[in-house]
Structures are given as structure tokens and as C-alpha cells.
Design a protein around this ligand. Structure first.
Ligand code: SF4
Length: 112
């Protein structure tokens, strides 16, 4: 009796196993495609952001020379008398620059 049940269920179990394995392959393929598309989208966004940001500017009429931007980001700013000035247009996506822009209470720093 048990042998008969096993002989009946074996093909069914085999088919189920084949279906599960094939579904896993499909899921993995779709996952790889999504990862690839996400990476491509991120690269395009980065390129777009780089192109959209033309230059870093300090408005001398707004700057009161507090020096916060210089303390936070010496790559991009230095004080020239009582006014901050931009010394580099490179690496405009840096965290230090973002912090310096946020720290300027006079809103003298902008990316145009
Ligand atoms: S933080 Fe703003 S106000 Fe202060 S020095 Fe820098 S640009 Fe000028």
C-alpha cells in the first residue's frame, strides 16, 4: 500500500520540484535585471546632478564673514578679509560642502 502511494506521488513531487527550481531561476533573473536597472538609474541621476550643478557661489553682499563654511569645508572655502570666497569647483557633491551650505545662516552660499 505504501509503495503504491509512493509510486503515485513520486512523479507529482518531481514535477513540483522542477517548477520550484525553474521559478527560482526566473526570480533570480528578474532580481538581477532590477539591480542592473537600479544601478543604471543611479548613474544617470548622478550624471544629471553633476550637469545641473554649474558652479558654487558665495554672495559677498550676504556673507558676514563668520567663517563657519571655512571651518566645515576647507576644500571649497577660505576667508578673504571679511568675506568667504570659493576656491574650488571640484567635488560639488561632497558632504562637507552640503554641511557648509546648511550652516550658513545668511544663505550666502549657493549652487547655481
Ligand atoms: S558661513 Fe556664510 S556668512 Fe559665514 S563666512 Fe561662510 S558664506 Fe559667509
Amino acid at each position: 500500500m505504501n509503495k503504491k502511494i509512493i509510486m503515485t506521488l513520486a512523479p507529482v513531487l518531481f514535477v513540483i520540484l522542477v517548477v520550484i527550481v525553474s521559478q527560482q531561476k526566473v526570480i533570480k533573473t528578474n532580481s538581477d535585471k532590477l539591480t542592473e536597472e537600479r544601478n543604471t538609474t543611479e548613474e544617470l541621476e548622478n550624471v544629471t546632478m553633476e550637469k545641473a550643478v554649474v558652479s558654487l557661489v558665495v554672495d559677498p553682499n550676504r556673507c558676514r564673514g563668520c567663517g563657519k563654511c571655512v571651518m566645515l569645508d576647507q576644500e571649497h572655502f577660505r576667508l578673504n578679509g571679511n568675506v568667504a570666497e570659493v576656491i574650488s569647483q571640484e567635488n560639488l557633491n561632497s558632504k562637507a560642502l552640503s554641511m557648509a551650505i546648511s550652516a550658513c545662516r545668511d544663505r550666502a552660499i549657493s549652487l547655481e
